[in-house]
Design a protein around this ligand. Structure first.
Ligand code: UDX
Length: 433
């Protein structure tokens, strides 16, 4: 099929490349001429495992192309996906100006029947607004609007798209549904077809449930610290119940990234607008903020005064296998340590380039390896659980440090082994601090 993605950011580009990989002819549109020029040169603006190869191969095979022209894109696709950013407003609600703009831009380009698919994460009822907007600018246009939420995770986006747990779309038209089924025919996954509002809600409900799981185990981690229990064993024990499941029960510094914080805030705002405040999610947010506060308290307790203390931080990205620093708890942690006067050296396997671009980049020292970061420091902090951090020679790291304080904010390491290496080891929810 001929498909178009409007918006070639994280979701649009990865989805477009995967659609091309299964045989569709895909055109990715973006109004950022710099981004499209980069893609046309064969370079990928983001780091995502497997994506660069997928893009290169499908461009070479003639199934993936790029343009800055919305008109060219709309002409190309039988199905046109909108995958533009939906940033938060200061009050947590979603700013839909990019979606509205694309709807306006699509309208005059509609010369024959098209399915317009909302792939961006949007509040319930956005589909209705998109349809209204297109009709306002093109009253005789023939089209249907569909909501098709994405569930891809950064770091495993290609795998998530190629082998999804489920495919969900919401449609009020048989004609549009038939085309959407054809789009997803090459993917082997359970398909759920709903009305538009339900599909829109599924995305926010899924993400907030996952965030709830994280905050739930983080709340348990505090009880574990107060009682001497081990949160890893508690997570294992409750996770063995198939009704609960072990996934997303990793205690740590809390969730970050471009989705969870924004989506939870948006869901709270939408529920309030609908007159049914979802207060449970406010507690999810509160627990999430508390994890980092508690962690910094522990560092402060050990070092007494943070000013002038040399602290190494391993990990800056919001999770491993990405270069994304957006709403990263690790960045927040570094900022807060630096604000209290600590002298921070930091290393991240993929996030260094982006870290240099942050205002924070000039206030801390970014170094070339985890070992280098730890030389001469009073404390070492693990803020993101990159697997390579578990493989360093901790005996040598310990020897290079001024004092053996190790704060593992992601429970990456084994307490017994680290204490064996001579560390004063602290982690999350594993016995009394
Ligand atoms: C998330 C959803 O998983 C995905 O389905 C949706 O489409 C977009 O939002 P993503 O933001 O890429 O994906 O990352 P995810 O792997 O879900 O992790 C989000 C945050 O939660 C990270 O900061 C991670 O460190 C944290 N997390 C995750 C935990 O603290 N504990 C866990 O057990 C799992």
């Amino acid at each position: 099929m001929k498909l178009t993605l409007i918006g070639s950011g994280y979701v649009g580009l990865t989805t477009g490349a995967c659609f091309a990989e299964v045989g569709h002819e895909v055109m990715c549109v973006d109004n950022d001429t710099g981004k499209i020029a980069t893609l046309l040169r064969g370079e990928i603006p983001i780091y995502e495992p497997g994506l660069a190869d997928l893009v290169t191969q499908n461009v070479a095979a003639g199934r993936l192309s790029f343009t800055t022209s919305t008109e060219e894109g709309v002409d190309h696709g039988e199905v046109v996906f909108i995958a533009v950013p939906t940033p938060p407003n200061p009050d947590g609600s979603v700013d839909l100006k990019f979606i509205e703009k694309v709807a306006r831009e699509i309208a005059p380009c509609l010369k024959e029947y098209k399915v317009i698919v909302d792939k961006s994460t949007v509040p319930v009822k956005t589909g209705e607004k998109v349809a209204e907007t297109i009709l306002r600018y093109a009253p005789s246009a023939e089209f249907d609007v569909v909501s098709n939420p994405e569930f891809l995770r950064e770091g495993s986006a290609v795998a998530d798209l190629m082998k999804p747990d489920r495919i969900v779309f919401g449609s009020n038209s048989d004609r549009a549904s038939a085309l959407m089924k054809k789009v997803y025919e090459p993917f082997v996954a359970p398909l759920l077809v709903t009305d538009i509002a339900s599909a829109e809600l599924i995305k926010h409900a899924a993400n907030s449930f996952l965030a709830l799981k994280i905050s739930y185990i983080n709340a348990i981690s505090e009880i574990c610290e107060a009682s001497g229990a081990d949160v890893e064993l508690v997570a294992e024990g409750i996770g063995m119940d198939t009704r609960i499941g072990r996934a997303f029960l990793n205690a740590g510094l809390g969730y970050g990234g471009s989705c969870f914080p924004k989506d939870i805030a948006a869901f709270i705002a939408i529920s309030e607008q609908l007159g049914v405040p979802f207060d449970l999610l406010k507690e999810v947010q509160r627990i999430n903020r508390r994890q980092i506060d508690r962690f910094i308290d522990r560092i402060r307790k050990a070092l007494w005064v943070l000013e002038e203390k040399r602290i190494a931080v391993w990990g800056l990205t919001f999770k491993p296998d990405t270069d994304d620093l957006r709403c990263s708890v690790a960045v927040d942690l570094v900022e807060r340590l630096a604000a209290e006067g600590a002298v921070v050296t930091a290393y991240d396997p993929k996030g260094m380039e982006r870290a240099r671009e942050l205002p924070l980049g000039s206030k801390i020292r970014l170094v070339a390896s985890p070992e280098e970061a730890a030389v001469g420091v009073e404390a070492l902090v693990i803020a993101t659980e990159w697997p390579e951090f578990a493989r360093v020679d901790f005996r040598k790291v310990r020897q290079s440090m001024l004092s053996p304080l190790l704060f593992d904010g992601r429970n990456l390491l084994a307490p017994g082994t680290m204490r064996g290496h001579g560390f004063d080891y602290h982690s999350i929810g594993r016995g009394a601090p």
